[in-house]
Ligand binder design. Structure first.
Ligand code: FMN
Length: 381
């Protein structure tokens, strides 16, 4: 056999073996909650909650905990060990994520024939930080003929997109209008595909993200939550996940880990930072959610409407990525916070969410803890 022939067979074997190896490196178990939502539960609360755990939430902390010990009721709590104290000092964003969770639970329950009566913060709330008191008590009531929200059809395809968008594909005015009309919870949803405003927001979101990375305590908060490769992701199906052949290989070679990610002289630092900043530069439109007040109820309402915007975008085939840095309330971010509010809500109010829109490559679903890991029974005090 000719040498070239032998080499190509050997080479093909190596590629096939690598393919087989990497084929087994997808974090399949960490994505199981996306396949299992609604399946096999007798309890309607669990059917709804198995959808709610797919909600977007900051850094994928999944801080929800539910107590199901009262018949027909879900008591929602927040796991105060899963906060983001550096970038989210008042737990505002965590609360917004809980709003996304409640909206999804409500939609799933309705699709299953149940109305949900929500009592938010029944024992009161603290504006400075979330506490161990209940976030919500949800009562499920059977209701024949309840309307199914059309947005519910997009739950399994919804993503927070983390890759660059195609800069040849604009976001249409009709889609922008659809997004602006998607809210139901009294927030103001704003958006733009105007070139000059988009350019200003690209710059703002880019600079704010760069500042977060340059501020060591805020960047470290993210890096501490990196889950690199299948083993780490399946051990902790939350945080910021890196899966697939490229990251598995870089990790195997010692080129990508939490240490290199923190080292500004490493090539993975430079490439990683470049990649995330590039995302901000490829925004083709932006959308944001504003509330008049900044109490916990308003933050929940913002999350509920953000989830709706995210699902509506999915329905239009649009990618959406929240870009929260300029909205964060730690001192170093003050200048960008003021600038964002000056551009997007000059007449007052609080911008609770801001995201970029565009057409991007398909992304796999992000990891989730299974529902059972989030059910607990409140201890009697
Ligand atoms: C309040 C809030 C803030 C967020 N901020 C950001 C952000 O600044 N950058 C980002 O890439 N994703 C952000 N996300 C998206 C989360 O990272 C994402 O929801 C989580 O990783 C789960 O992924 P999924 O939405 O694709 O299921 C945010 C989500 C919420 C609810």
């Amino acid at each position: 056999m000719k040498r070239r022939h032998v080499l190509s067979i050997v080479g093909g074997g190596v590629i096939a073996a690598a393919g087989l190896f990497y084929g087994t490196r997808e974090p399949t178990r960490a994505r199981a909650p996306w396949r299992e939502a609604g399946v096999g539960y007798l309890d309607p609360r669990k059917r709804a909650l198995s959808h709610a755990i797919l909600a977007p939430n900051p850094h994928n902390r999944q801080p929800w905990m539910v107590d199901l010990s009262e018949a027909g009721r879900v008591l929602l709590y927040v796991d105060t060990d899963r906060m983001l104290p550096q970038t989210d000092p008042f737990n505002r964003q965590i609360t917004v994520g809980l709003g996304c969770f409640l909206e999804l639970m409500d939609m799933a329950a309705a699709a299953d024939g149940y109305r949900v009566d929500l009592d938010l913060f029944p024992e009161g709330s603290n504006p400075d930080h979330l506490t161990k008191a209940p976030v919500a008590v949800a009562t499920f009531v059977r209701r024949e003929g309840i309307a199914v929200d059309p947005l519910f059809a997009h739950v399994f395809d919804r993503r927070s997109h983390k890759r660059p968008f195609d800069m040849d594909r604009p976001v249409s005015a009709a889609h922008m209008d659809g997004l602006l009309a998607s809210g139901r919870h009294g927030t103001r949803i704003g958006g733009t595909n105007d070139g000059a405003v988009v350019a200003a927001l690209r710059r703002l979101t880019h600079d704010a993200l760069a500042l977060e990375i340059e501020t060591s305590r805020t960047y470290r908060e993210s890096v501490d939550l990196f889950r690199i490769g299948k083993r780490e992701i399946e051990a902790n199906p939350d945080g910021i996940d890196f899966s697939g052949p490229l990251f598995e290989t870089l990790a195997l070679l010692g080129l990508f880990n939490r240490k290199t990610a923190l080292d500004p002289t490493s090539s993975t630092y430079a490439e990683g930072v470049g990649a995330v900043l590039k995302n901000t530069d490829t925004a083709m439109a932006h959308v944001w959610v504003v509330t008049e007040a900044n109490d916990r109820e308003s933050q929940i309402a913002a999350g509920r409407d953000w989830l709706r915007v995210n699902l509506a975008a999915t329905g239009f085939g649009l990618g959406l990525q929240p870009l929260s840095q300029a909205l964060q309330e730690y001192p170093e971010m003050g200048e960008y916070f003021a600038r964002a509010h000056g551009i997007l809500s000059p007449d007052g109010g609080v911008i609770q969410m801001l995201g970029r829109l565009g057409h991007g490559p398909e992304s796999p679903p992000s990891p989730r803890w299974p529902l059972d890991a989030k059910v607990f029974r409140r201890e009697k005090t």
